[in-house]
Design a protein around this ligand. Sequence first.
Ligand code: UFG
Length: 338
Amino acid sequence: MILITGGAGYIGSHVVKQLLEKNEDLIVLDNLSTGFQKTIDTLQNIKKFCFINLDLKEIHKVEELFKKYKINTVIHFAAFSQVGESIQNPIKYYMNNTVNTINLVRLASSHGVNKFIFSSTAAVYGEPKFKLGKNLIDEDFRTNPINPYGMSKLMSEKVIKDEAKVNCKFKYVIFRYFNVAGADIYFDDNNIQPRIGECHSPETHLIPLILKTALNKRENIAIFGDDYNTPDGTCIRDYIHVDDLADIHIKGIDYIEYNDSDTFNCGYGHGYSVKEIINSVKTLTQKNFKVLNDKRREGDPSVLVSDNNKIISKMNWKAKYDDLNIIINSAYAWEKSI
Ligand code: UFG
């Protein structure tokens, strides 16, 4: 049985969807602080599963679950993920992201869980300083988080790795996500009609914000800095489709069955600038909207692109949706529906 924490959130829900389509037995936990009951209801329509509205800080209730069910796999998504908020309220991030992970690892390891899949982030690398001739980030790149969000995840990684050293049955896969985007690839009458997608409150991510602007839900989109050392002066990011990322987690479950614990970057290995994303949205939606130039946002590295050779060669992963049009079209269809 697989326990998934944070299954009502953006990435977690896409993984739950794929696991349900594979007929896996699941227990999904979420305290619905940033996830949605509506997402759970939609997923229940794909296939019924056990959903429990529970906060991970209720350790005794979580322990009861480990006692009651034979859980052999944990996929841990539940976390706060806003960089800006983490700077304002670091304790909130260390409590929810790190302390809750420590407790979950302790329970999982002592109750015979042998596969622990952890949702980490490119934010563990901080502001990358490249050696001459290098501009992609591989898994051996030095970690140096520049905000409490990235640090809360790096500390959790360390706890997981240390526990695996003393309990050889407790194996892990850590996935460091680059910029996740897009929505459920699902077709209705030949039109893409995502059943689940991205919804944060407040929304801070670039693609949903541009799409809201295109749909007149916002007045304008601001470019945070056009004086970076990049070809058009705006930041470059590696955008990975959420269904490709979800597929990586499914592969990860099989991977640790036969391999050693490991850490993988999750991205396509190439990036787009903020201006390129804005122009693609204008072309694909055929809408014109107001674009403003704003000052740099604190803590934004100029370029964040993954070296994804490790996940391709070791996990045999092949991207299905490495196409900016698919990412934007699916996110646009979703944004229109909410
Ligand atoms: N941006 C704008 N205008 C906006 C919003 C974003 O110009 O209104 C820019 C940002 O400055 C950045 C790029 O668009 O250059 C992407 O920004 P996002 O907020 O969409 O994503 P981030 O790159 O900031 O965040 C991602 C992950 C985080 C992770 C971080 C690591 O979503 O979880 O990378 O730096 F922590």
